[in-house]
Design a protein around this ligand. Sequence first.
Ligand code: IPE
Length: 254
Amino acid sequence: MLLIKLGGSAITDKSKPLTSRVDDIKRLVKEIAGFQGKKIVVHGGGSFGHIKAAEYGLAEGYKDESQKEGICIVQRDMRVLNQIIVDAFYEVNVAVASIPAGAITMFDNGQMIKFPSDVFSHYLELGITPITFGDVVVDISRGISICSGDDIMLQLAKDLNVEKCIFVTAVDGIFSNYPAGGGEKPLPIVARDSVIEFKSEDVDVTGSMKRKLDRMFDIASLGSKVYVMNGLVPDRLSDALKGNEITCTEVSGD
Ligand code: IPE
């Protein structure tokens, strides 16, 4: 089984609120549709999630009434983005079932404590591709939390028999220095002891690139193959899905 995360930077313009990269989404979905095996698609929020979640302080938990509006806005916006992706699958005749994280998962103090991966397995048995996404979720001690697509990738990799995880981003892979200035080549492979300079602190409510990479190491340690690749280059994802060699970074669990 394969897990694909469509990162927010590949499917939205992260700097402009509510701006989806519709053409890239349609192309990526077509590339995914060409892969016949079992797969689960997870997507991030990009400018449909992070901007308003940060504005309403949702990552810090439920503190006051004013956040109710923010919870509602972010959940709505994430569903709007999800619908764009679901429609793209529908257009290429791939049956998908949308499973919003906010409806099924529970957190405690910022950590996922409940996630029904068996629901995903049942859809897969029916030949239906489950699709889920980062979301505002309930948290039993903090009221609410932001569940990232990366949290979901890790949980699915823990619970199901996942051979490969592909993180589709807007860059070629993981670099030795951040911010990556462009022009340089990604590291072919990274391990926990690789020296990587994370200089920039980005505004993502679910954490910096470092935190995302830590999640990837956790997944790789479970035995799944993990790759980070650029989804903005046409055919790169379909090449990866065919098992062809591509420009990317492999994340090692060692
Ligand atoms: C973020 O999910 C979800 C919300 C902010 C509601 P991710 O953290 O997985 O999103 P990207 O991929 O970084 O945009």
